[in-house]
Design a protein around this ligand. Structure first.
Ligand SMILES: Nc1ncnc2c1ncn2[C@@H]1O[C@H](COP(=O)(O)OP(=O)(O)OP(=O)(O)O)[C@@H](O)[C@H]1O
Length: 251
């Protein structure tokens, strides 16, 4: 099994507050990895470190390495924009741009200098099909993305992330603002997408982790306490803290 992303002794502090305390974990290619753990344990912080989102926060200090295909995304001279093109992010709340559905999907390609109308149309159609949204919106591509339902907006945001052909998709609680039917659609979509992408998801929903994730990491106070195949972690946790958390004793 090829390792796609390798986190090596990653520490992160916001000012003097230590939030990640030496995270080391391998994320295999074409798998879904779930990060679980109580509120404030550092899940989102770790996810955001995986595509250098903290570059935008001057108070965040990072040491350690994150390797994408063996190359450190934090290496001097490595372009953060290029890293973010290869490692895309989908946020908790759908965040469509106040533009048409077409322009939302084409946005990243236009920024990358691709303006060929036919090529853009092909990508828009392909990514909306891969996000199972095409049939619902194919006659409305010129309408504002803000007119879509929350679940449709989130599938469109996933299509937008996929349009620039990333290699890794990071998802920060992508279903927490959605109803069960939209959630099921996104979960099915994730299972389809992992054929082409490596996915890391933060979730508070234990059932969701068990439905979609191949591997699950349980985090606690900035450390990975246990990281194992999802069935093993939920069925037979090796660490007492994990067992207590899964039993609902804290968090
Ligand atoms: N920009 C910031 N500045 C200072 N502290 C921060 C910042 N962002 C997060 N924190 C703190 O870092 C810790 C970890 O936050 P993080 O959002 O990573 O946790 P989480 O496990 O994702 O939590 P939740 O499940 O509630 O989303 C928290 O104590 C939080 O208050």
């Amino acid at each position: 099994m090829k390792t796609k992303l390798q986190v090596k002794d990653l520490h992160l502090a916001y000012g003097t507050k230590k939030v990640l305390k030496g995270i080391t974990m391998d994320i295999p290619e074409n798998k879904i990895v779930a990060l679980i753990g109580p509120s404030g344990c550092g899940k989102s912080t770790l996810l955001r470190a995986m595509n250098r989102m903290h570059d935008l926060s001057p108070e965040a200090h990072i040491t350690g390495e994150i390797l994408l295909d063996g190359e450190n995304i934090y290496a001097p001279g490595r372009d953060a924009v290029d890293v973010r093109r290869k490692i895309g992010m989908v946020f908790q709340k759908p965040n469509p741009f106040p533009k048409s559905i077409f322009d939302n999907i084409a946005y990243g390609l236009k920024i990358a200098g691709k303006h060929d109308k036919q090529q853009l149309q092909e990508v828009v159609e392909r990514t909306l099909k891969s996000s199972y949204l095409w049939e619902e919106v194919k006659d409305d591509l010129d309408k504002s993305a803000l007119s879509l339902s929350g679940g449709q907006q989130q599938r469109m945001c996933i299509a937008r992330a996929v349009a620039v052909e990333p290699e890794v998709l990071l998802m920060d609680e992508p279903c927490s603002a959605l109803d069960p039917i939209s959630t099921a659609k996104i979960e099915n979509l994730m299972l389809e997408l992992k054929k082409d992408y490596t996915i890391v998801i933060v979730t508070h929903n234990m059932q969701q982790a068990q439905r979609v994730a191949d591997l699950t990491a349980f985090m606690y106070f900035g450390e990975v306490m246990e990281y194992a195949p999802t069935e093993e972690l939920f069925g037979n946790p090796q660490v007492e803290l994990t067992r207590n958390y899964l039993d609902g004793n804290f968090g």
